[in-house]
Design a protein around this ligand. Structure first.
Ligand code: CP
Ligand code: NVA
Length: 317
């Protein structure tokens, strides 16, 4: 039995819990207009963002409201943490007022410390290391194409996802963990200097999951026969000082029409957004019928509502 207290990485869910989360997300999406599912009634959830956000912040605010809760945006610049109050004290104090918190920040260790020191559920809304809410939404998007209710997670099994570009990014790491849970083959390709952090292997081991990923500098090999081609920005938030170098080094890993031709004819293109057309992806691919990036963005709302429902009920696997 595994209780979920926090959602800091995809592997905080068991594989059955991930499957159940996708099923609930699908049901919540279908029943959105009717409403009725209010597991956060009477609760206040805070949103703390140390980095910019459009999709995550808005979808969480709307999602918490739709689940019957009150979303409270915390303004970092007006909090005492900015004047040196510790993470530990902040976590302890906020735990006396609110029922849960969604945090986007730089260091993953910040979330780990907050979750250890406080006594409320913490949800990772992106760190330098991981972006797990995005992966659950991406899986829902693919499962809608390949599966049917009751078999959503199973529909991902055996599929090949090619991740091109910054393979040391939060998105690449998150797909390594999520892919292992779903039984997908994750084929990453980018410059050697941007290989995945070995920390992901530790996380896989801790979760008792096999390595289903491999890294290659051969972009064509990574893309060949892929069922889905994924990319992310080459300059993530916090990496702006390295912009010129990154653009130069990652240019061979751009997702363009010749890459998509190597993938399966029915392959989908995904991107967590925001995108930089002409950098990591060409406009031709981004606006093609194979691109389902806006379905992906919409699914943030439904997937996160399922994750929050799960946390609020503290369900067992
Ligand atoms: N994909 C994503 O997390 O988008 P935002 O940075 O706009 O939240
Ligand atoms: N890797 C990107 C993801 C944005 C959603 C970043 O961290 O900026």
């Amino acid at each position: 039995m595994k209780m979920i207290s926090h959602f800091l990485k995809t592997t905080d869910l068991s594989v059955p819990q991930l499957g159940e989360t996708l099923e609930l997300a699908c049901q919540l999406k279908a029943g959105r207009a009717a409403g009725g599912h209010k597991p956060l009634a009477g609760q206040t959830w805070a949103l703390l963002f140390h980095k910019s956000s459009t999709r995550t912040r808005v979808s969480f605010e709307v999602g918490i409201h739709e689940l019957g809760g009150h979303p409270m945006i915390l303004d970092q610049s007006r909090m005492q943490t900015g004047r040196g109050e510790t993470v530990s004290d902040t976590a302890k104090v906020l735990s006396r007022y609110i029922h849960g918190i969604v945090i986007r920040t730089y260091e993953h260790a910040f979330l780990e410390e907050f979750s250890r020191e406080g006594s409320i559920p913490v949800v990772n809304a992106l760190t330098d290391a991981l972006h797990p809410c995005q992966i659950v939404s991406d899986m829902l998007t693919l499962a809608e194409k390949w599966g049917r209710p009751g078999q959503l997670l199973e529909s991902l099994k055996g599929r090949k996802l090619a991740f091109l570009g910054d393979c040391a990014s939060n998105m690449a790491h998150s797909w390594i963990l999520g892919g292992a849970m779903a039984g997908m083959e994750i084929s990453l390709s980018g410059p050697q200097a941007y290989r995945p952090d070995p920390l992901v292997d530790t996380w896989l081991e801790e979760a008792g999951l096999p390595r289903t990923y491999r890294f290659t500098s051969d972009v064509r090999e990574a893309a060949r026969d892929a069922d889905v081609v994924y990319t992310d920005v080459w300059v993530s938030m916090g990496d702006e000082d390295e912009r010129e170098q990154r653009l130069q080094e990652m240019a061979p890993y751009q997702v363009n029409s010749s890459i998509m031709e190597l993938a399966r004819p029915e392959a989908w293109f995904l991107h967590c957004l925001p995108a930089h057309e002409g950098e990591e992806v060409t406009g031709e691919v981004y606006h093609s019928p194979r691109s389902i990036v806006f379905d992906q963005a919409e699914n943030r709302l439904h997937a996160q509502k399922a994750i929050l429902s799960f946390l609020s009920e503290n369900k067992q696997a």
